[in-house]
Write a protein that binds this ligand. Structure first.
Ligand SMILES: [Zn+2]
Ligand SMILES: [Zn+2]
Length: 306
């Protein structure tokens, strides 16, 4: 099985604490990297997580609040100093491209690579090397987007007994059929569908960014293998969650249940809580498999049938 790893680079909200940096999450699959949000100092977190600076990379920014975006400039600069040569794609609200353009001009940041900007909007859809990325509006105090990152569909299950019955010798021809290509045997064409079952969906990861829970998000994250959701507050501080357009741990868990996701990681914790145990406890009442993110934590996402 190809590994799909999610690393939590920063898990605090608003301001960093001694143990938590500002929001940033990395998804890695083979050589490819998807970064979601870039809190201040993200490049150090990227380096300590062992993520290369010259990988095929796409950066998804949820919104233009300082804690989610100010690390982007430093990261780009560090990539430039590391002589990055591959083009880089940045996705975010339209004002992000202006911010990037103005700040990199004022600070005289010369990039060694090509930067492609994609404007996030409802229904935006992007294909990277191994993923399909979708965006949908979140419900926050400024324009903000949630993202769903999905691996391409996997080939169906290969049936060796069917292949043998058709007289296909084991080896190269089997492997071609497994990869979805037809083969020619004794002048006869054999289609993959004769020996391989239906395509199976790839794994998908959802990230809410900062948001109130909403029916739109519950639909958008439907069936995700892993959901990462804003859990800034406990229920006892719900008035603040409503006022500042965030979610409580219980609300995150309720949405995860509604969306029938397979697993839930809570993140973006308010510094007012000493640790995450009360938040996790609150989430467990609605979604027993919820866990809390911590800086440096890695989660391996598996297939539902593995
Ligand atoms: Zn935030
Ligand atoms: Zn925010």
């Amino acid at each position: 099985m190809v590994k799909l790893t999610v690393t939590f680079l920063g898990t605090s909200s608003a301001a960093p604490t001694k143990t938590r940096g500002l929001p940033a999450i990395a998804i890695q699959r083979e050589g490819e990297v998807i970064l979601m949000d870039c809190g201040e100092g993200v490049q150090r977190q990227v380096m300590s997580a062992g993520i290369g600076l010259n990988r095929p990379t796409t950066i998804l920014i949820t919104h233009l609040h300082g804690d989610h975006v100010t690390g982007l400039l430093g990261l780009l600069q560090t990539m430039g100093m590391a002589q990055r040569s591959r083009p880089l794609t940045v996705v975010g609200p339209s004002a992000l491209s202006k911010w990037l353009e103005v700040t990199s001009r004022l600070l005289n940041i010369g990039l060694t690579f090509q930067l492609q900007f994609v404007t996030a909007k409802a229904g935006a859809h992007l294909h990277t090397e191994d993923f399909d990325v979708k965006a949908t509006p979140a419900d926050h105090s400024v324009e903000s987007y949630a993202y769903r990152v999905s691996e391409r569909p996997r080939p169906g299950v290969f049936h060796p007994q069917k292949a043998r019955k058709l007289g296909i010798p084991e080896g190269k021809l089997w492997s071609r059929l497994q990869k979805g290509r037809k083969v020619l045997l004794n002048g006869k064409t054999i289609l993959p569908s004769q020996v391989v079952g239906q395509q199976r969906p790839g794994r998908s990861i959802g990230y809410s960014g900062d948001t109130r829970p909403s029916a739109r998000l519950a639909r958008f994250f439907s069936g995700c293998d892993l959901l990462i959701f804003d859990s800034t507050y406990l229920e006892r501080d719900k008035d603040k969650a409503v006022e500042r357009k965030h979610s409580t741990a219980r609300e995150a868990a309720t949405l995860a249940k509604k969306a029938k996701v397979r697993s839930l990681v809570l993140t973006h914790f308010s510094a007012r809580y000493q640790n995450s145990s009360a938040l996790v406890k609150e989430a467990h009442a609605m979604f027993p498999r919820a866990i809390a993110a911590s800086d440096g934590m890695k989660v391996e996402v598996d297939y539902p049938d593995s």
